[in-house]
Design a protein around this ligand. Structure first.
Ligand code: BTN
Length: 235
């Protein structure tokens, strides 16, 4: 397995590998060997991982992980960066909390953020997978449907440039953009068999939900948001 340094995009050092188990797993084990921030792009993963130990399978998709040595508001920056770039191409996408990017009710992109601590933060790894081909793909959607054939690395470059811009924004500015792009905030959701209004996202990335009396901060995304209710119920 050869990891090649490609070039820098502003302060980001870009690396490329044809095949790897998982860009996140690799950076978790080798973060000390890379300058920060770095981006590791792969053509293929043999053991791509999703949240909750799920498998991430991607045919010819965009696969990359960004390595930082600080914590940023990555939970919201990452999906904003992806969505903003796609919107430039007139793709009508939105963010499903916490950080999935959806098009027409289908998941296009997933993000796996892993922070490594010893007695201090060692590394923060933001793994991004974006589907390209909709064939052999359980999610049933791919960017090819919208952009035709395109160069993966060029699109990743655009996302990194946007990411860089967003890193300088404060939380309130990011939150305002996130809310605009969200397909959950401002909508009704179902959590533990009760209906709430999802009103915001807090600085930890928790979803803020309200039932008219109380307000709760939900950290797990294993809440049952009923797609049929999202969008169907007015605020
Ligand atoms: C999810 O939706 O559950 C998150 C999926 C994250 C997939 C990306 S692909 C690049 C990076 N390497 C991995 O093994 N996973 C992330």
């Amino acid at each position: 397995m050869d990891i090649n340094y490609l070039y820098d995009i502003n302060q980001f050092h870009i690396y490329y590998v044809e095949e790897i188990e998982s860009t996140n797993t690799y950076l978790k084990e080798h973060y000390h060997e890379f300058p920060k921030p770095s981006v590791l792009i792969a053509k293929r993963q043999t053991k791509g991982r999703g949240r909750y130990d799920r498998v991430w399978v991607s045919d010819d998709g965009l696969i990359f992980s960004i390595l930082f040595d600080k914590l940023y508001y990555n939970e919201i920056i990452a999906p904003i960066a992806i969505s903003s770039v796609l919107k430039k191409y007139n793709i009508n996408c939105g963010i499903k909390w916490p950080n999935d990017v959806y098009i027409n009710g289908k998941k296009l992109s997933g993000i796996l953020i892993e922070n490594i601590y010893t007695n201090k933060l060692e590394a923060s790894i933001v793994g991004i997978g974006i589907n390209k081909d909709n064939k052999n793909n359980v999610l049933g959607i791919g960017l090819k449907d919208y952009l035709g054939d395109f160069n993966n690395i060029d699109l990743i470059k655009e996302i990194i440039l946007k990411y860089q811009e967003l890193l300088s924004y404060d939380f309130n500015k990011l939150l305002a953009i996130y809310k605009e792009l969200s397909i959950v905030i401002g909508k009704r959701i179902i959590y533990k068999n009760k209906i709430y209004t999802a009103s915001s996202i807090d600085e930890k990335g928790y979803l803020v939900i309200e039932d008219g009396i109380n307000c709760y901060h939900i950290s797990s995304d294993e809440i049952s948001i009923k797609e049929s209710i999202i969008g169907a119920v007015k605020k």
